[in-house]
Ligand binder design. Sequence first.
Ligand SMILES: Nc1nc2c(c(=O)[nH]1)N[C@H]1C(S)=C(S)[C@@H](COP(=O)(O)O)O[C@H]1N2
Ligand SMILES: [Mo]
Length: 406
Amino acid sequence: MSSTGPAPTSRFDRARIAVSARLSGENGSVRNARSAVVIGRVLAVTFAVCFGTGLYSHLLQEPLPWMRMPTRPVNIYQITQGVHVASGLASVPLLLAKLWTVYPRLFDWPPIRSLVHLIERLLIGVLVAASLLELTIGVMNIYHWYAWPFSFKTTHYALAWIIVGALLAHIGFQLPKIKRHWFAGGSEAEETPPAPTSPPASTSLADRTFDRRQLFAAAFGAAGAIVLFTAGQSTKFLSPFNLFGPRKYGSGPQGLPVNRTAEAANVLTTARDPEWKLQVTAPGVEASFSLDELRAMPQTEATIPIACVEGWSTSANWSGVRMSDLLRTAGVDPSSRLMISSLQTRGGYATSEMGPEFAADELTLIALQLNGEVLNLDHGYPARIIAPGRPGVLQTKWISTIEVMS
Ligand SMILES: Nc1nc2c(c(=O)[nH]1)N[C@H]1C(S)=C(S)[C@@H](COP(=O)(O)O)O[C@H]1N2
Ligand SMILES: [Mo]
């Protein structure tokens, strides 16, 4: 909007007008609908990608009974979860930039114009609060900082659906504006609440110190930098650039990071017990295998990554007994649903469920060796589960029993 009105007289007038112009985002300043749309649509993409990959991770861990998940490529979860964490991290600066471009709207007057307007504003409140909380606990989770009394998994998942609902409604409400400002040069006058008088563009502080291009460069640049400097926790190629990821690619005993040690899991004695046996049970079946018996069975090799929900992952070479061979030897149909238990007795990772598509897969192993050596105690000695396409949390270490459920 150009300024042809009478020049403001008093210093107070000039200050009032400058503030009002800044807040209402006139004169091509950075705080306007065009900036909000440009950043908003990138944010919509990162949110959508983050939601899709998050839903996939959720369904791997809590599948509906009829679901069969893909087991190839073997690193599919390494990719989806790497993308989940990267898109979530990239969303942080984008969300902050988006809030920065729109926050003057908080001071719109009158604050509520109609019932629809009230609903719209409440939904935005929910959307902003849920998004900030979702990203914050997500980032804290990456750094193992569980500073809250609630379950991360349940809360993170519930918030995701709240965000999706509120975001779709928000996009619906804003559709006319989004359309108007999708392309550069869309009209901006309609956005502007009638300001008393507008100063020339050059007097707006926002314009002089910070233009739109700089805002986009800062927001997109920060998003890109965060991804670049953490993606190395799940890709060998980028690992020299891993500044922020807490797990370095290829670190740890036998080249693989360790979250929970044998000591922390309280299995130092039971895991080293020479009497250890792997039990396989099913209706009418009770079988057990000593370590020597497992070693005497045909051994299969597989290169499969450990891919943690936290985003870090490392590929490794495993060898051991095929799950399907073990089940057949015990007299059980390999296409079964399994409950796998660890020597570890406490904590959420002590057991895992495995669907028939993974149990029957020829690359699902009772791993006895890692990168050519006997499994390190911290990696699950005497035996652990390793299966293609699954989250690390389901690759149970120090296994003791395999129970056939159906
Ligand atoms: N028994 C047992 N198995 C387990 C875990 C555990 O805590 N206990 N951690 C899981 C998780 S979250 C991951 S990512 C992988 C690799 O974890 P690690 O780094 O602790 O070996 O092992 C999985 N297997
Ligand atoms: Mo994990």
